[in-house]
Design a protein around this ligand. Structure first.
Ligand code: SF4
Length: 477
Protein backbone atom coordinates (compact mmCIF):
# COMPACT_ATOMS: atom_id res chain seq x y z
CA UNK A 1 0.00 0.00 0.00
CA UNK A 2 1.47 3.30 -1.09
CA UNK A 3 0.74 6.83 -0.02
CA UNK A 4 0.26 9.49 -2.65
CA UNK A 5 1.85 12.85 -1.92
CA UNK A 6 4.30 11.47 0.61
CA UNK A 7 7.82 12.69 0.92
CA UNK A 8 10.58 10.25 1.66
CA UNK A 9 10.56 11.42 5.27
CA UNK A 10 10.14 7.87 6.57
CA UNK A 11 13.70 7.04 5.56
CA UNK A 12 15.16 9.89 7.57
CA UNK A 13 14.62 8.32 10.96
CA UNK A 14 17.96 6.61 10.60
CA UNK A 15 17.15 4.30 13.45
CA UNK A 16 16.27 1.09 11.76
CA UNK A 17 17.84 0.63 8.41
CA UNK A 18 15.93 -2.42 7.28
CA UNK A 19 13.56 -2.52 4.40
CA UNK A 20 10.08 -2.77 5.89
CA UNK A 21 6.99 -4.49 4.71
CA UNK A 22 4.11 -2.08 4.78
CA UNK A 23 1.16 -4.26 5.65
CA UNK A 24 -0.31 -7.54 6.82
CA UNK A 25 -3.83 -8.81 6.08
CA UNK A 26 -6.18 -11.36 7.66
CA UNK A 27 -9.63 -12.62 6.73
CA UNK A 28 -11.72 -15.04 8.83
CA UNK A 29 -14.83 -16.87 7.64
CA UNK A 30 -16.85 -18.82 10.21
CA UNK A 31 -20.55 -19.07 9.30
CA UNK A 32 -22.88 -19.03 12.26
CA UNK A 33 -20.33 -17.48 14.62
CA UNK A 34 -20.77 -13.92 15.84
CA UNK A 35 -17.50 -12.95 17.47
CA UNK A 36 -14.84 -13.67 14.91
CA UNK A 37 -13.48 -10.10 15.16
CA UNK A 38 -11.61 -11.51 18.17
CA UNK A 39 -9.95 -14.12 15.94
CA UNK A 40 -8.91 -11.38 13.52
CA UNK A 41 -7.58 -9.39 16.48
CA UNK A 42 -5.36 -12.32 17.55
CA UNK A 43 -4.30 -12.84 13.94
CA UNK A 44 -3.30 -9.19 13.63
CA UNK A 45 -1.27 -9.55 16.82
CA UNK A 46 0.70 -12.35 15.17
CA UNK A 47 1.21 -10.17 12.08
CA UNK A 48 2.22 -7.06 14.03
CA UNK A 49 5.79 -7.32 12.66
CA UNK A 50 4.37 -6.45 9.20
CA UNK A 51 3.00 -3.09 10.30
CA UNK A 52 2.97 -1.01 13.47
CA UNK A 53 1.41 2.26 12.36
CA UNK A 54 -2.28 1.47 12.35
CA UNK A 55 -4.64 -1.44 12.74
CA UNK A 56 -8.21 -2.07 11.70
CA UNK A 57 -10.95 -4.70 11.61
CA UNK A 58 -14.15 -4.81 9.53
CA UNK A 59 -16.85 -7.33 10.52
CA UNK A 60 -19.57 -8.43 8.13
CA UNK A 61 -22.93 -9.68 9.40
CA UNK A 62 -25.19 -10.68 6.51
CA UNK A 63 -23.81 -7.89 4.33
CA UNK A 64 -23.86 -5.20 7.01
CA UNK A 65 -20.30 -4.08 7.68
CA UNK A 66 -19.06 -2.43 10.86
CA UNK A 67 -15.46 -1.41 11.23
CA UNK A 68 -12.97 0.20 13.54
CA UNK A 69 -9.47 1.41 12.67
CA UNK A 70 -7.04 3.73 14.36
CA UNK A 71 -3.39 4.67 14.60
CA UNK A 72 -1.32 2.46 16.89
CA UNK A 73 -0.37 -1.12 17.66
CA UNK A 74 -3.10 -3.76 17.60
CA UNK A 75 -3.28 -3.89 21.41
CA UNK A 76 -3.47 -0.09 21.61
CA UNK A 77 -6.21 0.24 18.99
CA UNK A 78 -8.61 -2.43 20.27
CA UNK A 79 -10.18 -3.25 23.61
CA UNK A 80 -12.89 -5.71 24.64
CA UNK A 81 -15.69 -3.24 24.14
CA UNK A 82 -14.66 -2.40 20.56
CA UNK A 83 -14.13 -6.06 19.65
CA UNK A 84 -17.55 -6.98 21.02
CA UNK A 85 -19.21 -4.26 18.96
CA UNK A 86 -17.75 -5.76 15.77
CA UNK A 87 -20.27 -8.55 15.26
CA UNK A 88 -20.27 -10.76 12.20
CA UNK A 89 -19.32 -14.17 10.88
CA UNK A 90 -16.92 -12.82 8.27
CA UNK A 91 -14.23 -10.34 9.25
CA UNK A 92 -11.06 -8.90 7.76
CA UNK A 93 -8.18 -7.05 9.38
CA UNK A 94 -5.13 -5.05 8.49
CA UNK A 95 -1.91 -3.76 10.07
CA UNK A 96 0.07 -0.98 8.43
CA UNK A 97 3.74 -0.17 8.78
CA UNK A 98 4.74 2.84 10.84
CA UNK A 99 6.43 5.67 8.99
CA UNK A 100 8.28 8.62 10.52
CA UNK A 101 5.29 10.92 10.48
CA UNK A 102 3.45 11.01 7.18
CA UNK A 103 0.55 8.96 8.40
CA UNK A 104 -3.11 9.58 9.13
CA UNK A 105 -5.95 7.55 10.59
CA UNK A 106 -7.89 8.13 7.37
CA UNK A 107 -5.32 5.99 5.55
CA UNK A 108 -5.76 3.06 7.91
CA UNK A 109 -7.44 -0.05 6.56
CA UNK A 110 -9.72 -1.92 5.97
CA UNK A 111 -11.30 0.51 3.53
CA UNK A 112 -15.09 0.31 3.49
CA UNK A 113 -17.02 1.56 0.45
CA UNK A 114 -20.75 1.65 -0.07
CA UNK A 115 -21.68 0.72 -3.62
CA UNK A 116 -24.83 -0.15 -5.54
CA UNK A 117 -23.96 -3.79 -4.94
CA UNK A 118 -23.76 -3.28 -1.16
CA UNK A 119 -20.98 -2.54 1.31
CA UNK A 120 -17.48 -3.76 0.51
CA UNK A 121 -14.53 -3.92 2.93
CA UNK A 122 -11.04 -4.33 1.53
CA UNK A 123 -7.54 -4.75 2.98
CA UNK A 124 -4.43 -4.58 0.81
CA UNK A 125 -0.78 -5.53 1.19
CA UNK A 126 1.37 -4.40 -1.71
CA UNK A 127 1.72 -1.45 -4.00
CA UNK A 128 0.25 -0.53 -7.36
CA UNK A 129 2.71 0.74 -9.97
CA UNK A 130 0.05 2.54 -12.04
CA UNK A 131 -2.00 4.02 -9.18
CA UNK A 132 -1.28 7.67 -9.96
CA UNK A 133 -2.42 7.23 -13.57
CA UNK A 134 -5.63 5.46 -12.52
CA UNK A 135 -6.30 7.96 -9.76
CA UNK A 136 -5.96 10.86 -12.21
CA UNK A 137 -8.42 9.17 -14.57
CA UNK A 138 -10.92 8.50 -11.80
CA UNK A 139 -10.66 12.06 -10.51
CA UNK A 140 -11.13 13.42 -14.04
CA UNK A 141 -14.33 11.41 -14.27
CA UNK A 142 -15.62 13.00 -11.05
CA UNK A 143 -14.55 10.51 -8.39
CA UNK A 144 -13.60 11.99 -5.01
CA UNK A 145 -11.00 10.15 -2.98
CA UNK A 146 -11.24 10.03 0.81
CA UNK A 147 -7.69 8.83 1.42
CA UNK A 148 -4.24 9.28 -0.08
CA UNK A 149 -3.48 5.56 -0.51
CA UNK A 150 -3.37 3.54 -3.70
CA UNK A 151 -5.62 0.85 -2.19
CA UNK A 152 -8.56 3.22 -2.59
CA UNK A 153 -8.04 3.08 -6.36
CA UNK A 154 -8.74 -0.67 -6.19
CA UNK A 155 -11.80 -0.11 -3.99
CA UNK A 156 -13.08 2.69 -6.26
CA UNK A 157 -12.73 0.58 -9.41
CA UNK A 158 -14.52 -2.40 -7.80
CA UNK A 159 -17.33 -0.11 -6.64
CA UNK A 160 -17.63 1.41 -10.13
CA UNK A 161 -17.77 -1.97 -11.89
CA UNK A 162 -20.25 -3.45 -9.47
CA UNK A 163 -23.05 -1.32 -10.95
CA UNK A 164 -23.29 -3.80 -13.83
CA UNK A 165 -21.48 -6.87 -12.57
CA UNK A 166 -21.31 -9.39 -9.77
CA UNK A 167 -18.72 -8.76 -7.05
CA UNK A 168 -16.36 -11.40 -8.51
CA UNK A 169 -16.63 -9.99 -12.03
CA UNK A 170 -16.11 -6.45 -10.69
CA UNK A 171 -12.95 -7.55 -8.93
CA UNK A 172 -11.66 -9.34 -12.04
CA UNK A 173 -12.40 -6.31 -14.22
CA UNK A 174 -10.49 -4.18 -11.72
CA UNK A 175 -7.53 -6.58 -11.67
CA UNK A 176 -7.25 -6.31 -15.46
CA UNK A 177 -6.61 -2.57 -14.99
CA UNK A 178 -4.43 -2.29 -11.89
CA UNK A 179 -0.76 -3.23 -12.10
CA UNK A 180 1.61 -4.01 -9.29
CA UNK A 181 1.80 -6.09 -6.15
CA UNK A 182 -1.31 -6.92 -4.18
CA UNK A 183 -2.50 -9.45 -1.68
CA UNK A 184 -6.13 -8.52 -1.02
CA UNK A 185 -8.80 -9.72 1.38
CA UNK A 186 -12.29 -8.48 0.61
CA UNK A 187 -15.67 -9.09 2.18
CA UNK A 188 -19.12 -8.22 0.92
CA UNK A 189 -22.52 -9.90 1.18
CA UNK A 190 -21.92 -13.47 2.32
CA UNK A 191 -18.43 -13.75 0.85
CA UNK A 192 -14.82 -13.63 1.88
CA UNK A 193 -12.50 -13.19 -1.10
CA UNK A 194 -8.71 -13.41 -1.34
CA UNK A 195 -6.65 -12.28 -4.33
CA UNK A 196 -2.95 -12.49 -5.10
CA UNK A 197 -1.38 -10.50 -7.93
CA UNK A 198 -0.30 -12.29 -11.14
CA UNK A 199 3.35 -12.36 -10.01
CA UNK A 200 2.53 -13.50 -6.48
CA UNK A 201 4.88 -10.86 -5.12
CA UNK A 202 3.30 -10.48 -1.71
CA UNK A 203 2.26 -13.66 0.14
CA UNK A 204 -1.27 -14.80 0.93
CA UNK A 205 -2.19 -18.22 2.23
CA UNK A 206 -5.29 -20.22 3.15
CA UNK A 207 -5.96 -21.94 6.47
CA UNK A 208 -8.79 -24.33 7.36
CA UNK A 209 -10.51 -24.35 10.73
CA UNK A 210 -13.16 -26.78 11.97
CA UNK A 211 -15.86 -24.29 11.06
CA UNK A 212 -14.48 -22.21 8.21
CA UNK A 213 -11.47 -20.65 6.53
CA UNK A 214 -8.76 -18.10 7.24
CA UNK A 215 -6.79 -16.01 4.75
CA UNK A 216 -3.54 -14.50 5.96
CA UNK A 217 -0.38 -12.79 4.77
CA UNK A 218 1.53 -15.42 6.73
CA UNK A 219 0.83 -18.93 7.96
CA UNK A 220 2.33 -18.18 11.40
CA UNK A 221 -1.14 -17.13 12.63
CA UNK A 222 -2.81 -20.47 11.91
CA UNK A 223 -1.70 -22.46 14.96
CA UNK A 224 -2.85 -19.58 17.17
CA UNK A 225 -6.30 -19.66 15.57
CA UNK A 226 -6.69 -23.44 15.52
CA UNK A 227 -6.26 -23.63 11.75
CA UNK A 228 -4.02 -25.66 9.47
CA UNK A 229 -2.34 -24.37 6.37
CA UNK A 230 -4.01 -25.79 3.26
CA UNK A 231 -2.05 -23.94 0.61
CA UNK A 232 -1.03 -20.52 -0.69
CA UNK A 233 -3.29 -18.48 -2.92
CA UNK A 234 -1.61 -18.91 -6.31
CA UNK A 235 -0.25 -15.96 -8.27
CA UNK A 236 -3.10 -14.69 -10.47
CA UNK A 237 -5.73 -16.54 -8.41
CA UNK A 238 -8.86 -15.29 -6.67
CA UNK A 239 -10.42 -17.52 -4.02
CA UNK A 240 -14.07 -17.00 -3.17
CA UNK A 241 -15.33 -18.43 0.11
CA UNK A 242 -19.11 -18.67 0.34
CA UNK A 243 -21.65 -21.15 1.63
CA UNK A 244 -18.90 -23.03 3.47
CA UNK A 245 -17.03 -23.76 0.22
CA UNK A 246 -13.87 -22.34 -1.34
CA UNK A 247 -13.95 -21.72 -5.07
CA UNK A 248 -10.82 -20.90 -7.11
CA UNK A 249 -10.79 -18.52 -10.08
CA UNK A 250 -7.60 -18.13 -12.12
CA UNK A 251 -8.03 -14.61 -13.44
CA UNK A 252 -4.53 -14.32 -14.99
CA UNK A 253 -2.56 -17.26 -16.31
CA UNK A 254 0.09 -15.33 -18.20
CA UNK A 255 2.28 -13.54 -15.70
CA UNK A 256 5.62 -14.79 -14.47
CA UNK A 257 5.88 -15.89 -10.83
CA UNK A 258 8.03 -13.50 -8.81
CA UNK A 259 7.57 -14.00 -5.07
CA UNK A 260 9.49 -11.51 -2.95
CA UNK A 261 12.86 -12.91 -1.83
CA UNK A 262 13.00 -10.37 0.99
CA UNK A 263 10.09 -12.12 2.71
CA UNK A 264 12.62 -14.90 3.39
CA UNK A 265 15.49 -12.54 4.26
CA UNK A 266 13.68 -10.36 6.79
CA UNK A 267 9.95 -9.55 6.48
CA UNK A 268 8.21 -12.79 7.38
CA UNK A 269 8.25 -14.59 10.68
CA UNK A 270 10.54 -17.65 10.75
CA UNK A 271 7.59 -19.90 11.66
CA UNK A 272 5.75 -19.04 8.43
CA UNK A 273 5.78 -21.08 5.22
CA UNK A 274 5.60 -19.19 1.94
CA UNK A 275 4.78 -21.02 -1.27
CA UNK A 276 5.80 -24.27 0.38
CA UNK A 277 9.15 -23.10 1.78
CA UNK A 278 9.66 -22.59 5.50
CA UNK A 279 11.17 -19.18 6.29
CA UNK A 280 13.35 -20.44 9.17
CA UNK A 281 14.92 -23.15 7.03
CA UNK A 282 15.51 -20.73 4.13
CA UNK A 283 17.11 -18.19 6.46
CA UNK A 284 19.34 -20.85 8.05
CA UNK A 285 20.42 -22.06 4.63
CA UNK A 286 21.32 -18.47 3.70
CA UNK A 287 23.70 -18.50 6.70
CA UNK A 288 25.19 -21.88 5.74
CA UNK A 289 25.80 -20.81 2.15
CA UNK A 290 27.25 -17.50 3.35
CA UNK A 291 29.79 -19.48 5.42
CA UNK A 292 30.85 -21.37 2.29
CA UNK A 293 30.91 -18.29 0.04
CA UNK A 294 32.60 -15.93 2.52
CA UNK A 295 34.68 -17.96 5.00
CA UNK A 296 36.87 -16.31 7.63
CA UNK A 297 39.00 -17.47 10.54
CA UNK A 298 37.37 -16.34 13.77
CA UNK A 299 36.62 -17.32 17.37
CA UNK A 300 32.88 -16.67 17.60
CA UNK A 301 29.84 -16.07 15.38
CA UNK A 302 27.35 -13.52 16.71
CA UNK A 303 24.17 -12.10 15.22
CA UNK A 304 22.67 -8.66 14.98
CA UNK A 305 19.53 -9.59 16.94
CA UNK A 306 16.94 -10.70 16.25
CA UNK A 307 16.70 -10.76 12.50
CA UNK A 308 20.25 -12.01 11.91
CA UNK A 309 20.06 -14.84 14.44
CA UNK A 310 18.78 -17.71 12.30
CA UNK A 311 21.36 -17.03 9.55
CA UNK A 312 24.08 -16.74 12.23
CA UNK A 313 23.15 -20.20 13.56
CA UNK A 314 23.45 -21.50 9.99
CA UNK A 315 26.81 -19.77 9.50
CA UNK A 316 28.13 -21.23 12.78
CA UNK A 317 26.94 -24.74 11.88
CA UNK A 318 28.56 -24.68 8.43
CA UNK A 319 31.80 -23.00 9.51
CA UNK A 320 32.38 -24.90 12.75
CA UNK A 321 32.94 -21.58 14.55
CA UNK A 322 30.92 -21.53 17.81
CA UNK A 323 27.84 -19.35 18.00
CA UNK A 324 27.60 -17.00 20.96
CA UNK A 325 25.78 -13.91 22.20
CA UNK A 326 27.56 -10.65 21.54
CA UNK A 327 24.79 -8.11 21.31
CA UNK A 328 21.73 -7.69 23.53
CA UNK A 329 18.66 -6.02 22.10
CA UNK A 330 16.41 -3.71 24.08
CA UNK A 331 13.01 -4.94 22.89
CA UNK A 332 11.14 -1.94 24.24
CA UNK A 333 12.70 0.68 22.00
CA UNK A 334 10.04 1.18 19.35
CA UNK A 335 10.03 3.34 16.28
CA UNK A 336 7.57 5.75 17.85
CA UNK A 337 10.05 6.44 20.64
CA UNK A 338 12.75 7.53 18.22
CA UNK A 339 12.45 11.00 16.81
CA UNK A 340 14.32 11.74 13.61
CA UNK A 341 16.62 14.41 14.94
CA UNK A 342 20.39 14.32 15.01
CA UNK A 343 20.77 13.58 18.72
CA UNK A 344 18.44 10.59 18.53
CA UNK A 345 20.17 9.36 15.39
CA UNK A 346 23.44 9.30 17.30
CA UNK A 347 21.89 7.53 20.28
CA UNK A 348 19.68 5.16 18.34
CA UNK A 349 21.98 2.16 18.01
CA UNK A 350 23.18 2.40 21.64
CA UNK A 351 19.57 2.58 22.81
CA UNK A 352 18.66 -0.51 20.88
CA UNK A 353 21.77 -2.66 21.24
CA UNK A 354 24.38 -3.17 23.92
CA UNK A 355 27.48 -5.34 23.82
CA UNK A 356 28.22 -8.32 26.06
CA UNK A 357 31.81 -7.19 26.62
CA UNK A 358 32.83 -10.32 28.52
CA UNK A 359 31.89 -12.44 25.51
CA UNK A 360 33.60 -10.41 22.79
CA UNK A 361 36.70 -9.04 24.50
CA UNK A 362 39.90 -10.19 22.77
CA UNK A 363 37.99 -12.30 20.24
CA UNK A 364 37.82 -12.40 16.46
CA UNK A 365 34.11 -11.95 15.82
CA UNK A 366 32.00 -12.83 12.76
CA UNK A 367 28.92 -10.61 12.94
CA UNK A 368 25.93 -11.78 10.87
CA UNK A 369 23.29 -9.29 9.76
CA UNK A 370 20.32 -10.25 7.59
CA UNK A 371 20.70 -7.27 5.25
CA UNK A 372 22.47 -3.94 4.91
CA UNK A 373 20.45 -1.13 3.33
CA UNK A 374 22.00 2.27 4.13
CA UNK A 375 25.03 0.94 6.01
CA UNK A 376 24.92 3.55 8.75
CA UNK A 377 23.85 1.14 11.50
CA UNK A 378 26.42 -1.54 10.59
CA UNK A 379 29.30 0.88 11.13
CA UNK A 380 27.93 1.89 14.53
CA UNK A 381 27.63 -1.73 15.67
CA UNK A 382 31.14 -2.55 14.47
CA UNK A 383 32.39 0.39 16.54
CA UNK A 384 30.42 -0.77 19.61
CA UNK A 385 32.06 -4.18 19.38
CA UNK A 386 35.57 -2.77 18.91
CA UNK A 387 35.08 -0.30 21.77
CA UNK A 388 34.15 -3.30 23.92
CA UNK A 389 37.46 -4.98 23.09
CA UNK A 390 36.70 -7.23 20.10
CA UNK A 391 40.03 -7.97 18.36
CA UNK A 392 38.53 -8.23 14.88
CA UNK A 393 35.00 -7.77 13.52
CA UNK A 394 34.16 -9.51 10.26
CA UNK A 395 30.78 -8.46 8.87
CA UNK A 396 28.83 -11.09 6.94
CA UNK A 397 25.48 -10.26 5.37
CA UNK A 398 22.98 -13.07 4.76
CA UNK A 399 21.57 -11.44 1.60
CA UNK A 400 23.12 -9.82 -1.50
CA UNK A 401 24.02 -6.09 -1.68
CA UNK A 402 20.83 -3.99 -1.95
CA UNK A 403 21.33 -1.89 -5.08
CA UNK A 404 17.81 -0.89 -6.14
CA UNK A 405 14.59 0.30 -4.49
CA UNK A 406 11.42 -1.77 -4.26
CA UNK A 407 8.19 -0.57 -5.88
CA UNK A 408 6.04 -3.42 -4.61
CA UNK A 409 4.83 -2.42 -1.17
CA UNK A 410 8.10 -2.11 0.68
CA UNK A 411 9.35 1.00 2.39
CA UNK A 412 12.68 1.68 0.69
CA UNK A 413 14.92 4.71 0.53
CA UNK A 414 15.87 6.42 -2.71
CA UNK A 415 18.50 4.59 -4.70
CA UNK A 416 21.09 7.21 -3.78
CA UNK A 417 20.70 6.24 -0.11
CA UNK A 418 21.36 2.55 -0.73
CA UNK A 419 25.00 2.09 0.20
CA UNK A 420 25.58 -0.73 -2.28
CA UNK A 421 24.08 1.23 -5.19
CA UNK A 422 27.29 3.16 -5.78
CA UNK A 423 29.92 1.63 -3.48
CA UNK A 424 31.95 -1.52 -3.92
CA UNK A 425 32.13 -4.18 -1.19
CA UNK A 426 35.66 -2.97 -0.39
CA UNK A 427 34.44 0.62 -0.01
CA UNK A 428 31.53 -0.43 2.20
CA UNK A 429 33.89 -2.50 4.34
CA UNK A 430 36.08 0.56 4.85
CA UNK A 431 33.06 2.78 5.62
CA UNK A 432 31.77 0.39 8.30
CA UNK A 433 35.20 -0.09 9.88
CA UNK A 434 34.86 -3.89 9.66
CA UNK A 435 37.99 -6.00 9.19
CA UNK A 436 36.34 -7.80 6.29
CA UNK A 437 32.92 -7.84 4.62
CA UNK A 438 31.12 -10.53 2.66
CA UNK A 439 27.60 -10.75 1.20
CA UNK A 440 25.56 -13.78 0.19
CA UNK A 441 25.35 -14.10 -3.62
CA UNK A 442 22.04 -13.74 -5.48
CA UNK A 443 22.36 -17.39 -6.52
CA UNK A 444 23.00 -18.36 -2.90
CA UNK A 445 19.77 -16.62 -1.88
CA UNK A 446 17.79 -18.22 -4.71
CA UNK A 447 19.15 -21.65 -3.78
CA UNK A 448 18.13 -21.12 -0.14
CA UNK A 449 14.63 -19.96 -1.08
CA UNK A 450 14.17 -23.07 -3.29
CA UNK A 451 11.23 -21.79 -5.31
CA UNK A 452 12.97 -22.00 -8.68
CA UNK A 453 15.42 -19.35 -9.90
CA UNK A 454 12.85 -17.83 -12.27
CA UNK A 455 10.00 -17.71 -9.77
CA UNK A 456 11.48 -15.21 -7.31
CA UNK A 457 11.79 -11.41 -7.34
CA UNK A 458 15.34 -10.31 -6.52
CA UNK A 459 14.96 -6.87 -8.11
CA UNK A 460 16.36 -4.94 -5.17
CA UNK A 461 19.54 -6.97 -5.58
CA UNK A 462 19.88 -6.83 -9.37
CA UNK A 463 17.50 -4.15 -10.70
CA UNK A 464 15.56 -6.68 -12.81
CA UNK A 465 11.95 -5.84 -11.97
CA UNK A 466 9.31 -8.46 -12.80
CA UNK A 467 7.07 -5.87 -14.51
CA UNK A 468 7.22 -2.49 -16.22
CA UNK A 469 7.12 0.51 -13.89
CA UNK A 470 5.00 3.13 -15.66
CA UNK A 471 5.26 5.60 -12.77
CA UNK A 472 8.94 5.22 -12.02
CA UNK A 473 9.46 8.97 -11.71
CA UNK A 474 6.23 9.52 -9.77
CA UNK A 475 6.73 7.30 -6.76
CA UNK A 476 6.31 10.03 -4.17
CA UNK A 477 4.03 12.42 -6.01
S1 SF4 B 1 12.27 -5.60 -5.09
FE1 SF4 B 1 13.12 -6.70 -3.29
S2 SF4 B 1 11.76 -6.16 -1.58
FE2 SF4 B 1 10.69 -5.63 -3.49
S3 SF4 B 1 9.45 -7.41 -4.02
FE3 SF4 B 1 11.38 -7.65 -5.11
S4 SF4 B 1 12.69 -8.84 -3.68
FE4 SF4 B 1 10.97 -8.05 -2.49
Amino acid sequence: MMNFNENDIRTEAGFDEHFHDECGVVGVYAPGKEDIARSVYFGLHALQHRGQESAGIAANKAGKIQYYKEMGLVQEVFNDEIIERLQGDIAIGHVRYSTAGESHAVNAMPLVVYSKGGSIALAHNGNLVNANILRDELQDSGFFFQTTIDSEVIAALIARHIRENSLEDSIIKTLKIVKGAYALVITSGEKLIGVRDPNGIRPLCIGKTSDGFILSSESCIFSLLGARLIRDVEPGEMVVIEGGELKSVKYDKTAKKAGCAFEFVYFSRPDSDIDGRNVYLARKECGKTLAKECPVEADMVISVPDSGTVAAIGYAEASGIPYGDGLIKNRYVGRTFIQPDQRMRELSVRLKLSVLSENVKGKRIVMIDDSVVRGTTSGKIVKLLKDAGAKEVHLRVASPPVTDPCFFGIDTPDKKKLIAADHSVEEICKMTGADSLGYLSVQGLLDAVRLGDNNVCVACFNGEYPMELPELGRKFE
